[in-house]
Design a protein around this ligand. Structure first.
Ligand SMILES: *Cc1c(COP(=O)(O)O)cnc(C)c1O
Length: 366
């Protein structure tokens, strides 16, 4: 049965002073990542009993929060990240947004939050893009990053799932994720900290996971590395992922390995798409366990020829140098290899409408 929420209407709140064309052009000329925002936002409220209601698309503005709002104390918050692209034919396209909608509800399950109907997740994004479609930058590697999120705003300090939530979507024009636009990232192996433990929230896209990754990430930066890689929490041996990206390992015999989704790894949509694209290239892709010791041994012997990280924000990025307390090695040439370059070109070509989408991944908006 379709619930009322499936067909919810967005009330439009007028914007008193939208950004001028000149200022927007300036913002889009050098978007950076995550610092500039479009004119509008979507907001939908949920309360126990009433469900989803009061859907609006209106001016982007600060939101009033009571200091006792549950999210500020117990971190009931989840989010998604996806991009809108301007295709050569002038249309606007999303990449597999249904997968983001589905994963959002899986995250909601783990954080004891209500489901948002998948159709409503998508129509919220469409409502925002109908207002802010002019904010999609057009340069190479540029897109409009969309950030749907949900948090508990019930005013209550007791510990239990909240009875009030708010879902929002904001958008931020994005250029390259890594400021340097470097051809490869360097990685620090964290032996002190883990990201996720069995039974924890590692497979959910929740803010709390990121909060816990900031100290190890900052330690990596301090040592001069770009990113931290986390090992499993039990044996401190198996490669899991970076703070916000999944990993792939490419071998000289045509095998490709990516860590299996054991519950402590975020199931990336980029990851899932790359598995399919690499298989279509004839590569033998498996999901399994790969240890830090094996990583070093294979890089040194030359069996491991490429390694790359992937995610919506940074797309596909080669991993060069890898170091930790008693290891230091470089994968392959230290820069992007052939497999990395090719699969990145295929994925971004599909996303940008430059390569035919034979997978049904691209969703064009009206
Ligand atoms: C979002 C995220 C990813 C990448 O997922 P995509 O769907 O490919 O963007 C990987 N790891 C973590 C921890 C994430 O939060």
């Amino acid at each position: 049965m379709a619930t009322a929420a499936d067909t919810i209407e967005f009330r439009e709140l007028p914007h008193p002073a939208p950004t001028s064309d000149a200022d927007r052009a300036l913002a889009l000329a050098n978007p950076g990542f995550g610092t500039q925002f479009t004119d509008h936002m979507v907001s939908i409220e949920w309360t126990e009993g009433e469900g989803w209601h009061n859907a609006t698309v209106g001016p982007l503005q600060p939101i009033p929060l009571h200091p006792a709002s549950a999210v500020l104390h117990y971190a009931q918050e989840i989010f998604e990240g996806l991009k809108a692209y301007r295709h050569p034919d002038g249309s606007t396209a999303l990449f597999r947004p249904e997968e983001n909608a589905r994963r959002f509800n899986k995250s909601a399950d783990r954080l004891a939050m209500p489901h948002l109907p998948e159709a409503l997740f998508i129509s919220a994004i469409e409502a925002l893009l109908a207002k802010d479609g002019g904010w999609i930058p057009e340069g190479a590697g540029a897109s409009l990053y969309l950030r749907p999120f949900m948090f508990a705003d019930e005013v209550f300090l007791g510990v239990r799932p909240a009875k009030r939530y708010r879902f929002m979507v904001i958008a931020s024009p994005a250029g390259n994720y890594f400021k340097s636009g470097a051809p490869a990232v360097s990685i620090w192996v964290s032996s002190e900290y883990t990201r996720a433990a069995p039974g924890g929230t590692g497979a959910a896209k929740c803010g709390g996971n990121y909060a816990a990754s900031l100290v190890p990430q900052a330690a990596a930066i301090e040592r001069g590395f770009d990113q931290v890689v986390f090992l499993d929490a039990v044996e401190r041996k198996w490669i899991e992922e970076l703070g916000g990206m999944n990993l792939f390992f490419v071998f000289d015999d045509g095998r490709v390995v990516t860590p299996a989704l054991t519950g402590t790894i975020l199931p990336g949509i980029t990851r899932a798409s790359l598995i399919e694209l690499l298989r279509a290239e004839g590569l033998d892709v498996s999901e399994g366990r790969y240890s830090i010791d094996q990583w070093e041994a294979d890089a040194r012997s030359g069996k491991l020829v490429e390694c790359f990280a992937c995610g919506t924000a940074a797309v596909v990025t080669a991993v060069g140098r890898v170091a930790g307390h008693d290891i230091d090695f470089t994968v392959g040439s230290g820069g992007p290899g052939q497999v990395t370059e090719k699969v990145k070109a295929t994925l971004t070509g599909i996303q940008r409408g430059e390569i035919a989408d034979s997978h049904g991944w691209v969703r064009k908006l009206g």
